[in-house]
Write a protein that binds this ligand. Structure first.
Ligand SMILES: NC(=O)NCCC(=O)O
Ligand SMILES: [Zn+2]
Ligand SMILES: [Zn+2]
Length: 464
């Protein structure tokens, strides 16, 4: 299939310029002014619109078995929702059970992901330690296109990594040319605070943020940064939600440490008042970890993105329906943690970021695709509009509007944390791997069309 995008303003992370874009098969083959549309090409008129690299959401959980249930979105529905919102690639997580072989879990997730409509690739979680884990990390990097390992510092008695696991896995990651990533929350503190709250009879969703205050996150962020500093490894901290964690990243970077931070669209836009809502379903629908924070923390996160100490935006898309959330009706610790957003990330960040003057269009591209592609070593295949890059493209209508609602979304779960928000700036067309998958409100996602994207290890390049 040949797709020709005519008359738009191409926006890359480094600059914006007027150009036509020609795609042949799954690649962009030409970017330039006054190109000729080949006979038979599908022509998209991008006049008055921006032409952006397809979004990369570096943190999603499709088909995730978690807290006694499985997420509402599987790899097809979740990636299809992403395509409708301009996200053409997700980085999801293989999460082995403690004692489970990493390779066995990896193949299990690859099987589930075969249904994906958009491209995908995996971080692999290290939830326990043994010689087998050490060996399998090597095999994943060398043979299976994995270059990042995730460590949950929370979720005690489940998937939490202790300090021994962190140290050994960070060290092994360095040896392999992979980047360690962490969910930074002190799991022991969370557990003890949860027990205190339950003993006091404070069993509702409003206790969720009380059990996970900013200091709990900051302690873990500082600990992970200190471990990475001693071992000389880079570090990527997922879902940075509070000023204290951002300050830890900022300090480390000022000292020359290679630490990257990820902000979630939800943490950037939604504040902690949602947990005070009297309706259980509404409050529980917002239960995720780390929790939504005060407006002061939100302002700090935007400043982190603007100042270059936060690098990527993600969603942690992890949807559960009201019935699933209801498992914690009498005990907030049993509410499955997670919220959606893969369909809305690009639009809400454009609306709050670009429309309000906090980000330029090029900075928007940096934090929605290019930085993730660079940090996880798939640039310039992804995150760039240039000849040779994958034909993952969003034609972005800066004047288009949409009111976000669970009633009209493609994602499952029947809930949307951005419910009722009207955004200005939406995708009019999404092209994924050279195919038109979303056009003027119509989603044409094809089950199984997504591809696994191998991410090579980081290897120092030496002059010959
Ligand atoms: N974030 C969340 O609450 N659920 C998904 C798992 C995780 O990323 O911690
Ligand atoms: Zn997490
Ligand atoms: Zn997550």
């Amino acid at each position: 299939m040949t797709v020709f995008i005519r008359g738009g303003t191409v926006v890359n992370a480094d600059r914006a310029f007027r150009a036509d874009v020609l795609c042949d098969g799954d690649k962009i083959v030409a970017v330039g002014e006054q190109l000729e549309a080949p006979p038979g090409a599908q022509v998209i008129d991008a006049g008055g619109q921006y032409v952006l690299p397809g979004g990369i959401d570096p943190h999603t959980h499709m088909n995730l078995p978690f807290m006694g249930t499985v997420t509402a979105d599987d790899f097809f529905t979740g990636t299809a929702a992403g395509l409708a919102g301009g996200t053409t690639t997700i980085i999801d997580f293989v999460i082995p059970n403690p004692q489970q072989s990493l390779l066995e879990a990896y193949h299990q997730w690859r099987g589930w992901a075969a249904r994906a409509a958009g491209d995908y690739t995996f971080h692999v979680a290290i939830t326990w330690w043994s010689d087998l884990v050490h060996e399998e990390m090597g095999e994943l990097v060398r043979k299976h296109g994995v270059n990042s390992f995730k460590h949950f510092m929370a979720y005690k008695n489940a998937i939490m990594a202790d300090d021994e696991t962190l140290v050994k896995s960070f060290r092994r990651s360095l040896e392999l040319g992979a980047i360690p990533t962490v969910h930074a929350e002190n799991g022991e503190l969370v557990y003890q605070l949860q027990q205190d709250l339950l003993k006091q009879g404070l069993t509702g969703p409003s206790s969720h943020p009380l059990s996970r205050p900013p200091a709990v996150e900051a302690e873990a962020a500082n600990r992970a940064i200190a471990i990475a500093s001693v071992l000389h490894t880079p570090l990527y901290i997922v879902h940075v939600s509070c000023k204290e964690s951002l300050d830890a990243i900022t300090r480390a970077r000022a000292m020359g440490q290679r630490v990257y931070g990820e902000a979630l669209a939800g943490h950037l836009l939604i504040d902690d008042s949602v947990y005070q809502h009297p309706d259980f379903d509404f409050a529980a629908g917002h239960v995720m970890s780390p929790p939504f924070r005060s407006k002061e923390h939100q302002r700090a996160l935007w400043q982190g993105l603007q100042g270059g100490n936060l690098h990527t935006t993600a969603t942690d898309h992890c949807t559960f329906c009201a019935e699933q959330k209801g498992a914690g009706r009498n005990d907030f610790t049993k509410i499955p943690n997670g919220c959606g957003g893969v369909e809305d990330r690009m639009a809400v960040i454009w609306d709050e970021g670009v429309n309000k003057g906090l980000l330029t269009p090029s900075e928007f591209v940096r934090v929605t695709s290019a930085n993730a592609a660079q940090i996880f070593n798939i640039y310039p295949r992804k995150g760039l509009i240039a000849a040779g890059s994958d034909a993952d493209i969003v034609v972005w209508d800066p004047a288009g509007t949409r009111t976000i609602s669970q009633a009209t979304q493609h994602a499952k779960g029947g809930f949307n944390v951005f419910e009722g928000r009207t955004v200005k700036g939406i995708p009019s067309t999404t092209v994924a791997a050279g195919k038109l998958v979303f056009h003027r409100g119509e989603l044409m996602a094809v089950e199984g069309a997504g591809r696994h994207i191998d991410r090579p290890a980081f290897v120092p390049v030496c002059a010959g």
